[in-house]
Write a protein that binds this ligand. Structure first.
Ligand SMILES: [Zn+2]
Length: 396
């Protein structure tokens, strides 16, 4: 049996085709994956206001497709089953397969998998049976069924009080396009962005150097950004204080709370994240920061928009939007990265198709050697789509 990814067209809201490699199919190169895996959305609709403010119901992604070639002598029947957990069977049908019969003609056929009941704690597996002998030929694919969820993101451009250090956030449409490209087909997640405009704040004080102070590396660590702003104590004993982001964020939240009086602010919505764009960090090689702790979602995701020596061949809007998606994937719970030393054979460049690739590097020399799919990486592994759309503990 050979399996092949299928590029689906027309799935995105704007009608653009999905990118090959970013369709919710994990071919399974990773040593953590024993079978190829597919993210199959559970069939559902959602209700959202249209441009005129009228509520309309729209279909969310409901199916995914894998192309399969049957190399055996007989036609095969494909049957979903959920392996028992702790010796307890789960007879619920969680995925439908269409068509269920795969002819033995040596050609690829597109098979559609639709989630019809939520996954509980493990992937559904697809078993192949010989149509003539009824022999069970074993599992050929695992399918993670994901429920639909929509998140809301308020984003701000943070400048200095005197108007300097203005960041250049991506266009809202660019953010929307990249988040749709990455998360709809691979994690069954939707995003609604609200541009909250510029926040002017005198944050550049410690040190006063024209950059947001960030400290990620242990040697000169100041703090994990932002934790103290929400009353959470820093977990790292070497953390003394966060000199710039925490005070800035605290002032912003306090001002919102004072303006709202007794009413909630946007951040009180549990489906809401705040995203702050800054012009530059003092660590120019880092694109952004998010806490991956699910109970720290009131902390902002932070992305910087300007880079020294930004390569001319890159679209800055699109690149920063992808870096933002990388940070939001962390925010949703994916703490791990694909690195050049694990997960995928073929060296660092083979890994660069993954959204959660460690460097997400804009190094001029590196990027200029990459194809377009690696300049704006979008692919999620099975581990990634499970973590960002959390349904069950990753089984291995
Ligand atoms: Zn990262």
């Amino acid at each position: 049996m050979n399996l092949r990814e299928v590029r689906q067209t027309g799935l995105l809201l704007n009608g653009d085709p999905e990118d090959k490699g970013c369709t919710g199919f994990d071919p399974g190169q990773s040593p953590k994956v024993d079978l190829a895996a597919l993210m199959a959305p559970i069939q559902t609709t959602e209700t959202l206001p249209d441009a005129n403010g009228n509520l309309v119901t729209s279909q969310t992604p409901a199916s995914n497709v894998v192309s399969m070639k049957n190399n055996s002598k007989h036609a095969l029947t494909l049957v979903p089953h959920t392996p028992p957990l702790n010796n307890i069977d789960d007879p619920t049908i969680r995925v439908t397969v269409s068509p269920q019969t795969l002819p033995a003609d040596g050609r690829y056929h597109d098979i559609t998998f639709t989630g019809v009941a939520a996954s509980l704690d493990r992937p559904v597996r697809i078993e192949a049976f010989d149509n003539i002998t009824a022999e069970n030929l074993g599992d050929i694919l695992q399918v993670d069924v994901k429920s639909w969820h929509r998140w809301f993101i308020d984003y701000y451009a943070v400048s200095e009080l005197n108007g300097s250090l203005q960041p250049t956030p991506p266009l809202q449409q660019t953010l929307q396009d990249q988040f749709d490209r990455i998360f709809r087909s691979q994690a069954n997640l939707g995003f609604t962005f609200t541009n909250k405009g510029t926040v002017a704040d005198h944050y550049d004080v410690s040190p006063h150097d024209g950059n947001l102070r960030v400290s990620f590396n242990s040697l000169n660590k100041v703090c994990f950004l932002g934790w103290a702003a929400l009353g959470a104590s820093a977990s790292d004993p070497s953390c003394v204080k966060d000199t710039e982001l925490t005070p800035m964020y605290q002032r912003m939240i306090t001002a919102q709370q004072q303006a709202a009086g007794q009413n909630p602010i946007d951040l009180d919505n549990p489906d809401m994240f705040y995203l702050l764009f800054f012009k530059q960090f003092d660590v120019n090689t880092i694109g952004g920061w998010s806490s991956t702790a699910l109970d720290k979602r009131r902390l902002p995701s932070v992305v910087h928009t300007n880079y020294a020596d930004f390569p001319n061949l890159l679209d800055q809007d699109k690149f920063v939007a992808v870096a933002t998606a990388h940070e939001i994937a962390h925010k949703l719970g994916q703490a791990d990265h694909v690195t050049s030393t694990k997960d995928v054979t073929g060296g660092p460049d083979a890994n660069a198709v993954y959204l959660m690739f460690t460097p997400l590097s804009i190094n001029r020399d590196t990027v200029s050697k990459r194809g377009d799919d690696k300049r704006y990486p979008c692919r999620l592994r099975q581990e990634d789509w499970n973590n960002v759309n959390y349904v069950y503990p990753t089984p291995r």
